[in-house]
Design a protein around this ligand. Structure first.
Ligand SMILES: NC(=O)c1ccc[n+]([C@@H]2O[C@H](COP(=O)([O-])OP(=O)(O)OC[C@H]3O[C@@H](n4cnc5c(N)ncnc54)[C@H](O)[C@@H]3O)[C@@H](O)[C@H]2O)c1
Ligand SMILES: [Zn+2]
Length: 340
């Protein structure tokens, strides 16, 4: 559901109780709307810190303790209202409490709206590796209210655009070309781009929904969503680099396009087009060429790899992605050479 949050979508049988876990990074002025939307006899709202630390075993334990304190039974509904990290953790708590209770999600960041909340993946991190633990556990509903974006810090909004551009490159060429013609430029002191329009949100959501519907449990097709993420995840995990997910993915998109050109799969100019759009939004289009030795093992650790080689989603042209294992030497050369 995309639109103002006036009521949570009804589910049958009606929940015995609703526990709304709100990301404490979401300004309190949104609480009232969330409680009104709950509209059940027994809705309780708890605020807990969101962000990546929520996706730890301790963060999960704290969620289970909050659920236990409210004595949620098998007919209860858990609601995640927050960023993608809080959503991943709350979803995993829903999947594991009493062997799985129903949940709904109100994504409040751009990344959560167009990506994290769609597709039924819930997750925790372990030992410095993202999403090591998890379950496929589909929410009953996803309520996307663009009003939450108004309070999002400029940097989070920008990072979300990186993910939106990835999505357009995968499955909505017209959207990518429209953004190229008129980029949501980073403007003002905070270099904030505008928020996406409802149409842009709906189109990005439609692409992700279509791809996960074709491959709900990530047998193969769904891996195209990984475009830009093989290097992106490695950059995100690099100590001292401190990139937001969407920022890391941005640099990863340019890398994947350059790599595809190296392998003769795509025109070199495509990487330039992507980099130009990202730069207009103020997103990174380069990776640190002096940290190849640290990046390589992280690429090898990607759990999407198969058969001992690093697999990449390679962009042949907007809308056309090829999944292929790539020779480590080619990866190394491009990492060290930088962009272009
Ligand atoms: N399950 C999936 O398929 C999937 C897909 C993509 C990403 N993810 C995961 O999502 C996470 C990234 O999500 P994210 O980018 O939303 O980051 P995030 O969840 O860390 O949120 C970013 C920050 O924004 C704050 N925030 C949230 N809503 C706000 C609002 N409306 N106003 C002001 N501040 C607000 C949060 O408190 C947090 O500090 C990663 O852990 C990633 O692995 C999961
Ligand atoms: Zn992503």
């Amino acid at each position: 559901v995309i639109g103002p949050l006036v009521a949570f979508p009804a589910i049958e049988p009606a929940p015995s109780k609703t526990l709304i876990v709100v990301d404490s990074g979401v300004p309190e002025r949104h609480d009232e709307r969330l409680l009104l939307a709950a509209s059940g006899p027994d809705a309780i709202l708890v605020r807990l810190a969101g962000g990546e630390r929520r996706k730890s075993i301790d963060g999960w334990r704290e969620l289970l303790e909050a659920i236990a304190a409210e004595r949620l039974d098998r007919d209860a509904l858990l609601v995640a209202a927050g960023g993608g990290a809080l959503g991943d953790a709350v979803g995993f708590a829903a999947a594991t409490w009493h062997r799985g209770i129903r949940w709904g999600t109100v994504p409040t960041t751009l990344v959560a709206m167009i990506d994290a909340s769609i597709g039924g993946k819930t997750a925790l991190d372990l030992g410095g590796v993202k999403n090591q633990i998890g379950a496929f556990w589909w929410p009953e509903w996803i309520a996307v209210d663009p009003a939450f974006l108004a309070t999002l810090p400029a940097r989070e909004l920008r990072a979300g655009w990186g993910e939106l551009i990835k999505t357009a490159l995968i499955g909505d060429v017209a959207l990518f070309e429209a953004l190229e013609r008129d980029p949501p430029r980073a403007e003002g002191a905070h270099r904030a781009p505008r928020s996406p329009t409802r149409d842009e949100l709906a189109r990005a959501i439609a692409v992700k929904r279509r791809i996960v519907a074709e491959d709900p449990r990530e047998a193969d097709r769904r891996r195209v969503l990984n475009l830009g993420h093989t290097l992106g995840h490695a950059l995100e995990a690099l100590p001292g680099n401190e990139l937001a997910h969407g920022e890391a993915v941005s640099a990863g998109l340019v890398f994947a396009a350059e790599l595809a050109a190296d392998l003769g799969r795509a025109p070199r100019a495509l990487a330039g087009r992507i980099a130009a759009l990202l730069a207009a939004i103020g997103l990174p289009e380069r990776w640190p060429t002096d940290r190849v030795a640290e990046l390589l093992p992280r690429l090898a650790a990607d759990k999407k790899n198969r058969g001992g080689r690093a697999w990449f989603a390679l962009l042949r042209s907007p809308g056309e992605i090829e999944l292929a294992p790539v020779d480590p030497q080619a990866v190394l050369r491009r990492l060290a050479a930088g962009r272009g």
